[in-house]
Structure formats: structure tokens, C-alpha cells
Design a protein around this ligand. Sequence first.
Ligand code: ZN
Length: 320
Amino acid sequence: MKAIFWRSFCACRRVGRASATGLAMVFILGGVPAGSAVAAESRVKVTTTVTMVTDLVRQVGGDRVEVQGLMGPGVDPHLYKATAADVTKLQQADVIFYSGLLLEGKLQDVLTRFARSKRFVYPVTESIPLEKLLEPPEFSGHYDPHVWFEVPLWTLCVDTVVKGLSEFDPAGKAYFEQRGTEYKAHLLELHKWALEKAGELPPEKRILATSHDAFNYFGRTYGFKVVGLQGISTVSEASVADLVNMVEFIRKNRVKAVFVESSVPHKTIERVSQDAGVKIGGELFSDATGTPGMMENGYDLGTYEGMIRHNLNTVVNALK
Ligand code: ZN
């Protein structure tokens, strides 16, 4: 609901694409995936930014990689600034993966610097064709970075990870390709489940009111009208007018619940909930997954899959 103005724009997509050119020839030794028993010291050292990307690289990289993410659960990537320790982790990495499309807004300068000095730096979203991206009017000139909520789009990002890992570690190419293919099939099942889950709500009940506009892709794919209080980024705070408009919208449309987000302070949505007289339907994971190892209904909230399942279950159950 709020206009966002970015002071600087860095073409992060081009950074990733440029870094992929001029690479050494890749030789594939046989077509059989290399064994998973890779000594710890010879694993590919990968540094990632947000938890969704960390999980994606772990799923594709398996035992051949050692991944450390800069941001943990509950961290807001729009506001996150690199610490000295982060710069060291980026320096030590063989390969760097980040989400891109300016999601990591305040980290972009650092990532761009590394992309100039290192060969293996990739925004995972570079494998999504531009025509599939949303360009919301309030984010004029930029693409909406929250692509992971449209599962088929996130599935395309598997290709960047397979490519990036294979470019650094050609001997593992078949292994990464096989894991990538398997993970894509898994994500296709997840997407089918999500469509069915959303289908439990009649279309008029599919209204998702949250803190910031992280769910436009989610809305497009799973048929929800999405109302965010703070706009695409969390850089600017919601105004009183934004709050009043949202309360009015909720009353008019008889929305049953609003939702807080794990990586955004809850205060303003709590205010909306009070003023509109509706319940808080639960906490959604927006720009970060939950804590790895924390289980809910059989899925791990620290994974991308867990994030998607938790969000859909929470939203559908609260709005029924
Ligand atoms: Zn966001």
C-alpha cells in the first residue's frame, strides 16, 4: 500500500550472468553421479544469504557441499547489513549464492563487489525468465523479489544452483544434476499439494492481509487477493493512512483474520487486528524459513517445504 523508492539500483541479475561467462571448460567424467562420501575438507564451501537459498543449496548440493547462511530464521533481508564476520564468510566461500532481485537490498553492494573479484557468485533467481516476474506499480522499475512463494518459480532456481555448483566442481556435475532433478520433482508435488490446500477455501474467502507485500506471487498462483500494510520492502514504515485503509478494507470484505510475519515486527498488524476487530490467524514465514529441526505436522520448519506447508495450513485454517 506504500510507495517505495530505492536510492540505488544495482543490476544484480547482470552480475550473476556476467560472472558465469568466461568460465573454464567443464569436463564431465562419465555419466554416473559421484559417490556421496566426500571428505569434509574437499567439500565445496558455499556461503548463502537468506534461509530459503541456504536450504535450496543444501537440497541440491547434498554431501558434496558445506553451506553456511549469513541470515538465520526471523531475519529481515531488506534491512540486513553485512557484518565483518559476514565479509569473512563471503571471502572464504568457494561459491556464493543469494536470492537477488534486490531482496538483499543493503547487502547488494557487498555482493556486487564479490561478484567482481570472485568467479562463482550467483543470484539464484537469474534462471527465472523476466516475463514471469511481477513488476508492481508501487515498486516501479523493479521486480518483486518474493518469488519463492510461487513454487514453480522457485523450482526454476534449482537450475542456477546446479549450474553454479557444477561450474566450481565439475566432477560433481552428474551428482548435482541428479539431485536437482529429484528436488524439482519433489517441488512439483509440493505445488500440487498447495493448489489443493488453497482450493479448500472458496475464492471469496481467499484474502491474505499481512505486514508487507511479500505474497504477490503467492496470490497470483494460489488465487488469493493480497493486502500488505508496508509495501514490497520493509524499508519504509506503514503510515496512519495505510493502517486506516487496511482496517476499512478488512471490514468491508468481512475478512476473518490477519497475519503477522516472522521477519517483520508484529506491532502494526496487531493494531490492525484490534481496530478491525478480527483475530490474528497466525504467524507466517515471509522472508525467512523457521528454525531447522523444529517439526510441525511431520515437516521441518527450517526448510523451504516446511515454510510453504506451514503458511498454507495457517492461512487456510484461519480463513475457513
Ligand atoms: Zn520482503
